[in-house]
Design a protein around this ligand. Structure first.
Ligand code: PLP
Length: 393
């Protein structure tokens, strides 16, 4: 009978780690696992501009009636503006609001599958833990290209490009727009130039995922490589998340963007994304997108929001430098200097599973398998303890 033979699902490695940390009674425990930004008190704050926008929304919203299938179109436009800036490809870009970037990844995967049933999506090795499951559940094949060099802790651009020579017109290549999750190693600008040329020559579809705009070098700087590509390739697809830079994690606010050869083609693809959405969740939740629309359409609120994102970015950058300086001071070695070169919330330190186990069981320091630490989850007072523990391995 239906349901009887179902086995229990495997536990989500990141979320179960977070639960284990919550239950740990060690007073020194540090949760560097789950990917949320925290301030120096360990709190993931509701941003000031969001609070103001929420008040305004509460006063002004007059209905909770359904919104269109593509969600809030004004939100779609401001998000396209934020990610694309003045990029000429904006004229052929269309968006649909989705439940987080996760929803966008799945809707775009569904549309790729509908268009090219035997398509392969290429992922960086390593990549965001949910990329492969989402692509595979949509029925797409997944292949990996070399990305993170465990020795140098940087991107192996040459090896990546050599491998991607196998990607052709039935393939999509998924790139993190900035602040690569989990490694923290971003594709250098020259890498974006090379991928752009290869896409033009080989015909693969660039699939860009932007989840941390503003957390690396700045709101505009972080999308320089992506915009270079967007202006030159024939078509691309893009996902955007408001979980991190608007702190709207639980509001599930994201966007899927398509820029095909012409606006007419993009609009045709949009009808297929809408169709995919209709047969799964139908419409995205409204609240988060309504707030983003208010903020990005109001100069004062936007300036307030940009300043807060910048302060978050500077905090993360400061933590990176403090951790490196402490590790250097205690060990006299420059082994961990790469942490300061990485961008965004995460860095992969390259520990073995045994070392991760020691950190967890002996020091109550929780990090994601593969040695990913969430820099944005640290508090300054914990840095000494974290550095000492790492160096004891
Ligand atoms: C690279 C990347 N893409 C997408 C997502 C999904 O974000 P959202 O919360 O908008 O679904 C994340 C979340 O951590 C991410 O790191």
């Amino acid at each position: 009978m239906i349901l009887e033979n179902l086995k229990e699902a495997a536990k989500d490695p990141i979320l179960s780690l977070s639960t284990a940390c919550r239950q740990d009674t060690n007073p020194n425990k540090v949760d560097l696992g789950i990917g949320v930004y925290r301030d120096d008190q360990g709190i993931t704050p509701v941003m000031e501009a969001i609070k103001i926008a929420e008040k305004r929304l509460l006063q002004e919203q007059s209905t909770k009636a359904y919104i269109g299938l593509a969600g809030n179109e004004a939100f779609n436009q401001v998000m396209i503006d934020l990610m694309l800036g003045d990029s000429s490809s904006k004229q052929r870009a269309v968006g649909i609001q989705t439940p987080g970037a996760s929803g966008a990844l799945r809707m775009l995967a569904d549309v790729i599958k509908a268009s090219t049933p035997d398509a392969t999506v290429w992922l960086s090795d390593l990549s965001y833990a949910n990329h492969a499951p989402i692509m595979k559940t949509a029925g797409l094949k997944v292949r990996y290209f070399p990305y993170f060099d465990p020795e140098t802790k940087r991107v192996q651009t040459d090896a990546m490009m050599t491998c991607l020579q196998d990607a052709g017109a039935n393939d999509a290549v998924l790139l993190h727009g900035c602040c690569h999750n989990p490694t923290g190693a971003d594709l250098p600008f020259e890498g974006w130039e090379r991928v752009t040329d290869m896409s033009i020559k080989q015909g693969f579809l660039p699939f860009i995922d932007i989840a941390y705009q503003g957390f690396g070098d700045g709101m505009e700087e972080d999308v320089r490589g992506f915009r270079y590509l967007a202006e030159r390739v024939e078509s691309y697809v893009l996902t955007g998340s408001c979980s991190k830079h608007f702190g709207l994690y639980r509001e599930r606010t994201g966007i899927a963007v398509v820029a095909a050869k012409t606006l007419e083609q993009s609009n045709r693809v949009k009808t297929r994304i809408v169709e995919a959405a209709r047969s799964s969740y139908t419409m995205p939740p409204d609240h988060g997108a309504a707030l983003v629309e208010i903020i990005l359409n109001d100069d004062m609120l936007k300036a307030n929001w940009l300043a807060e994102v910048e302060s978050m970015r500077l905090r993360i950058e400061g933590l990176r430098h403090k951790l490196v300086a402490t590790l250097r001071g205690k060990s006299g070695s420059s082994h961990y200097d790469f942490i300061a070169q990485h961008k965004g919330m995460f860095s992969v330190l390259g520990m073995t599973p045994e070392e991760e186990k020691i950190l967890r069981e002996k020091y109550a320091i929780y990090l994601v398998g593969g040695g990913r630490i969430n820099i944005a989850g640290m508090q300054e007072r914990q840095i000494d303890y974290i550095a000492q523990s790492i160096l004891s391995l």
